[in-house]
Design a binder for this molecule. Structure first.
Ligand code: TRP
Ligand code: SF4
Length: 404
């Protein structure tokens, strides 16, 4: 029986796209680095998800995986704080995917908006495959395998967390009942003692009859705090509260990553495919060069021509990297031609160099020590598997696959 506290667990994955840039750092990685101190985190490279679109030419995946792991470590993800691993090194993801595929209606997968969208977008490939249709289900398995309560993702992935919730609900509905469930629940309630039992029943009624969410919260907290009931009882009571059977696979919630507004070198969103990015491991000289070459407000042909920060791609970078005083200096100096563009870019260059400096150093250390990187993800996979096996054991049992 599990003692997983879902509300403390975070899981997220990233497809292996190779080296990461400042857009990934400001959008996702900084957030993960923060979360690793607040939650029990599982972060993995979704290499199988990569195969769903790259199956015809998978040669780059391996290299991309290692590059990405190095960038994670460089950005400050710490194997002592978070479990870092590669999806395909934890085969339990595949088993859960298969088992969940048995109960997943095709229509649910066909209706996930990313399915048709991505097929349209990647028209040069044949994505009429079983694996591609199953992409969101594999993601559901990734999440449910760790019984995580939270999934940090961008807006574009919310639909995938939503289908995960539906699949968990369906699974619990189909298999969450056990013979003697009602009596087991009654016994568990009595074990809490008279007073607590009354509070439990009152709140359960308030939630079930009036939909009072705060009553549900209160009752859940009460159950969570009980010392003298078993872990199995605890899960039964959680199931009882929500009017179902036992919760075997808890429903996760998206933890929306604030949309990254990291602007690229041309003012568009920073992206690998636009070629407007600054890589996390880029050499100081190259960073310097790239920013110096950035276009500015075209009205500033000569140094004496006044400009408008709103029409200049350098300005959004100041909004990210500069304090208020510097921003005022830019606004003024640009509009009255008091400063030149080279001068104006200087604080941005300095700030980016200062941000990248420790990242480059850590990347360097790990690039010089590939064995260490391999050990980190091997240990991560081992740790992940221990958790995954517990879940699968319950899942197999619930589905009638426990042969003893
Ligand atoms: N589909 C996600 C993306 O493209 C990557 C991913 C795979 C993922 N498995 C996951 C994210 C599980 C969160 C949880 O970004
Ligand atoms: Fe852009 Fe700064 Fe030059 Fe103004 S002074 S055009 S904000 S680089």
């Amino acid at each position: 029986m599990s003692s997983v506290v879902s509300s403390q667990r975070v899981v997220s994955g990233m497809r292996a796209t190779g080296r990461l840039h400042l857009g990934h750092y400001h959008g996702v990685l900084k957030n993960w680095v923060q979360l690793q101190h607040e939650y029990e985190c599982f972060f993995f490279v979704a290499d199988w998800h990569g195969l769903t679109t790259e199956y015809a030419d998978p040669r780059e995946i391996e290299q991309n995986v290692w590059e990405m792991v190095i960038d994670w470590l460089a950005a400050g993800l710490n194997p002592g704080s978070a479990t870092l691993f590669i999806q395909s090194q934890v085969p339990e993801h595949a088993e859960l995917h298969l088992l969940l595929s048995m109960i997943t209606p095709l229509g649910w997968l066909e209706r996930v908006p990313t399915y048709k969208d991505q097929q349209e977008k990647l028209r040069d490939r044949d994505l009429d495959t079983y694996g591609f249709l199953g992409y969101p289900l594999l993601q559901s398995a990734d999440i449910l395998l760790y019984r995580a309560g939270w999934v940090p993702v961008g807006q574009d992935q919310v639909a995938h967390v939503e289908i995960t919730r539906e699949i968990a609900r369906r699974f619990n509905h189909l298999y969450g009942y056990e013979p003697g469930f009602e009596e087991a629940v009654e016994q568990a309630i009595r074990k809490m003692g008279k007073k607590q039992a009354r509070i439990y029943r009152d709140n359960r009624r308030k939630y079930q009859e009036q939909g009072d969410e705060s009553a549900l919260e209160t009752a859940r907290a009460l159950v969570q705090d009980q010392q003298n009931i078993t872990l199995g009882d605890r899960e039964r009571l959680f199931g009882d509260l929500e009017g179902g059977g036992k919760v075997i696979l808890p429903e996760p919630q998206p933890l929306l990553t604030p949309a990254s507004r990291m602007p690229g070198l041309d003012g568009e969103k920073m992206s690998k495919s636009y070629g407007n990015f600054i890589g996390l491991r880029e050499e100081p000289d190259d960073v310097d060069h790239k920013i110096r070459r950035m276009p500015t407000d075209p009205k500033r042909v000569r140094r004496t021509d006044p400009g408008e920060p709103e029409d200049c791609p350098v300005w959004p970078l100041h909004q990210i990297y500069s304090d208020e005083r510097t921003q005022e200096w830019v606004q003024e100096g640009c509009r009255n031609a008091g400063i030149g563009c080279v001068e104006c870019k200087k604080p941005v260059i300095d700030a980016i160099q200062a941000e990248l400096d420790p990242i480059r150093k850590r990347a360097d250390e790990h690039m010089r020590n590939p064995d260490l990187v391999r050990t980190i993800v091997a240990d991560g996979a081992e740790e992940a598997r221990e958790n995954a096996r517990d879940t699968l054991e319950e899942v197999r049992e619930a589905m009638g696959l426990k042969y003893r």
